[in-house]
Design a protein around this ligand. Sequence first.
Ligand code: G3I
Length: 390
Amino acid sequence: MTNNRVIKGRRAFLLGLGTLAGIGSVTIAGRLRNSNYLTQALDDEHRDFSITGNATLSQRAAAKGLIYGGCAGYRVLSSDSEYANLFAKECAILVPEVEFKWRNLHPKPNVFDFEKSDWLAEFAQSHGMLLRGTALVWHNALPKWFTREVNKQNAEQILIDHITKVAGRYAGRIHSWDVINEVIHLPHKRSDGLRKSPWLNLLGPDYIDIAFHAAAKADPQALLVHNENRLEDVPNVEKRRTAVLKLLERMKSKGTPIHALGLQGHLFRLGTETNFEPKKLQAFIRNVASLGLKILITEMDVTDETLPTDITVRDRVVAKAYEDYLSVVLNEPATICVITWGLSDRYTWLSKNRPRKDGTPVRPLPLDTNLRPKLAWNAVARAFDKTYKR
Ligand code: G3I
């Protein structure tokens, strides 16, 4: 039976008007980077995004042995009860958006602040949700004192102490930890592809293995993850994938306790490039899986920055990107979890970081700002419904 949530196929004349309106605003404004041609190539007015049943995203995922969830922060969940209630229904796993990061947890060299992270851990537990931590090592979101206090002599101890304290505090309560985040950066031109992060500069490539060992010791139950960005629709993605594979192989051969690769899944280049190549993504995931590693989609969203103003077209293109991407990754048995970076357009980092030039609000997530399901919600639901049971 078709659910009343189904957002039906568009009437041709409405679509035509909508498309024209969108294209018109792009052309007149002359500021957006996409061309009409590319938007038309991405759009398919006949695409079916219908769904059946009333189950939530987490229920649909669970029916296939998968986990669905989202990121959210303390400020949002503690102040917007309508959102918090819906979040707890739709999501089976919570990822604190910033509260488990160094800057938030470790405000002074010997001072930790667990107030907000504890609140979020309690929120997850009281709503029967899993909890995921990001990140134990990241070049970003480091506290101000870091540069002043950390040097080659004390870096290893400070890293181990931080991981021991943080991962130890939540031991047994964390589904998975991003032990390292965004460590590949090809413009830095190292042969191993590693980012010249503060940690690399201080400790060399071994910082990675040190971090994984410390995390495994502090929380033997958590799934330990290398979380990586830009493994999707970016130029030179195959080079990035090769660098990631080499790093994973190196870790496995050294006995470093890594269990999974996180693909962030921020899809950025809609309307400017159409270089999504399912076969290559599939091959990459299979190569990762052949090392005995699981795959998590950890931060998925689809930016509509370069798409036309018209919401009908925008939502449909964004939904297509969700379903096309998820269909590939969920076809692989190694994939165990899908997380969107937020749940509703009401709260998304893209409002600030990838605002639209036409001034209209961004629409990158499954629910709109009124918490109503969009085609993107249907697309995620369909991807879960269509995949096989693990
Ligand atoms: O909490 C302060 C607030 O007190 C202050 O007034 C305000 C001023 O700008 O800043 C607030 O902190 C911001 C924080 O988000 C909370 O909203 C930080 O400036 C801002 O840098 C921080 O951005 C987060 C960013 O990671 C850095 O931690 C984004 O929300 C978050 O979405 C983003 O998430 C990252 C993933 O961890 C890794 N992958 C990319 C992804 C998007 O950038």
